[in-house]
Design a protein around this ligand. Sequence first.
Ligand SMILES: NC(=O)c1ccc[n+]([C@@H]2O[C@H](COP(=O)([O-])OP(=O)(O)OC[C@H]3O[C@@H](n4cnc5c(N)ncnc54)[C@H](OP(=O)(O)O)[C@@H]3O)[C@@H](O)[C@H]2O)c1
Length: 91
Amino acid sequence: MKILVTGAKGMLGQDLCPILEDEGIDVIETNRNNLDITQYENVVSVLTELKPDYVIHCAAYTNVNGAEEEKNTAFLVNETGTENIAKAANN
Ligand SMILES: NC(=O)c1ccc[n+]([C@@H]2O[C@H](COP(=O)([O-])OP(=O)(O)OC[C@H]3O[C@@H](n4cnc5c(N)ncnc54)[C@H](OP(=O)(O)O)[C@@H]3O)[C@@H](O)[C@H]2O)c1
């Protein structure tokens, strides 16, 4: 089984990936540099190329205070980015 993890360098991703690997799962660790979830074409291209069985979506904008000042960025990552992952995974 092949699982693609977004935000693999984040707190959750760093905890999760080794656990999946210990289970013998083929883990594709992605981060902002090789999979920017805010870019739909990038998301589609990566998922189409790598063909994971599942996607575990750990990428997020998590700076709670920063989100007050960077509302657009928080929305772009957490809403649009998540929508991009869901849509592309459903293709
Ligand atoms: N940690 C917890 O205890 C906990 C508990 C419950 C739920 N959660 C949820 O789990 C999720 C992840 O939390 P976390 O604590 O792991 O947060 P985190 O440490 O801030 O990690 C989030 C990751 O998302 C990446 N990211 C941000 N924008 C991106 C983009 N446009 N494209 C691709 N990657 C992007 C970040 O990369 P950069 O560093 O480059 O920005 C970072 O590596 C959140 O939804 C959070 O609410 C976490």
